[in-house]
Ligand binder design. Sequence first.
Ligand SMILES: Cc1cc2nc3c(=O)[nH]c(=O)nc-3n(C[C@H](O)[C@H](O)[C@H](O)COP(=O)(O)OP(=O)(O)OC[C@H]3O[C@@H](n4cnc5c(N)ncnc54)[C@H](O)[C@@H]3O)c2cc1C
Length: 372
Amino acid sequence: MVIGLGAMGSSTLRELAHRGVAALGIERFTPGHAHGSSHGGSRVVRCAYFEHPDYVPLLTRSIALWHRLESARGRRLLHRTGILLAGKPGSQVVRGSVSSARIHGLAHEVLNAQMVNERFPMFALPPMFEAMLEPETGYVRPEWAVEDSVADAREHGATVMDRTTVTAIHARSDGVTIETDRGEFIADRAVVTVGPWCERLVPWPKAPVCVSRQVIAWLDPEDPSACAEGVLPTFCIDAQEGFLYGCPIAVDQPAPAGMKVAWHIIGETVDPDGPIVPPIASEGESIAQAVARYIPGCRGRVTSMRTCLYSNSPDGHFLIGSWGDSGRVTAASGFSGHGFKFMPVLGEALADLAMKGSTRLPIGFLSPSRLG
Ligand SMILES: Cc1cc2nc3c(=O)[nH]c(=O)nc-3n(C[C@H](O)[C@H](O)[C@H](O)COP(=O)(O)OP(=O)(O)OC[C@H]3O[C@@H](n4cnc5c(N)ncnc54)[C@H](O)[C@@H]3O)c2cc1C
């Protein structure tokens, strides 16, 4: 049984179905919805990981698996636009990415501000800024990825119950009882991937997850040609004001139209069941001002904004492991605003953990036991 069919759950369900397991997936809303962490049209996919080089082997596997999902459903998900990572002098975002790229032999180019501003004339990085270009990465479409994963899981024999909320999980030595608002189910094993709602069902007392509100904005650029895919790379800028990221405008972009940009910040703590305060004008204005300062060729007016939820672990690293004493429940949470790109590989890892209790994928560093 897989509980929660967002990014990680849909991928786990698909993997189990491909392995011939009679799996049931339960989802509170419908796949691809906009109430959790997996909506907004795009998610940055980086490989030279500044957060920790141990993520890189998982990412190289994940990128290969993104292609398998694309071929299975015939829909493009991963856009290889290249990623420009830029930052203030000494930026850990840039230096950590360069270090990860060197350790793992990933294609990359180290650039200074002048080189960036000449090569990508929409940018106006301050003279002392450092940068790195990662040519093989870009961004992925989150709603389509979840929808396609669930559809493929169904096609391979999985059963999906949507609009069903799990209210309690009781793990015993001989099975797992799952209570829902549509009755009770008995499963051999359960994988719990409920994102921002993990504290409701599978709290790890020593690894509490804090849910925060994030704001995403879409700008209507004065010069759309400067923001088009193929011209503008996906970008992350570790500026004095914060960590700004965004994606170019693609021809197949789902609504809303425009260039998507946001701050990657811890954010204000919220209850995932809301009410979540809608974005306010000043939040969009701060994003538009940062674009005007660092990427003036893409400046524009904010035309749409949305909120989304981060599930922050205490140290910003994912939490993946067994939950409770039975060994029958596996949980994954605390993706801290950077988990989506791992969706395919973590589906594989979670399916391994559910079926065998272990995985050959190098996820040991993500065990919640690291926190005590
Ligand atoms: C604004 C924003 C920008 C981001 N940018 C990036 C990025 O650029 N790159 C990147 O890699 N990552 C990014 N992330 C992070 C990434 O999107 C998340 O790490 C990822 O989506 C988490 O997936 P999840 O499966 O844990 O949660 P979700 O996808 O939210 O899935 C949880 C699912 O569980 C369901 N559920 C909850 N409770 C129950 C219940 N009781 N019963 C049944 N179902 C239930 C929910 O309805 C939901 O479908 C970003 C996140 C946000 C919010």
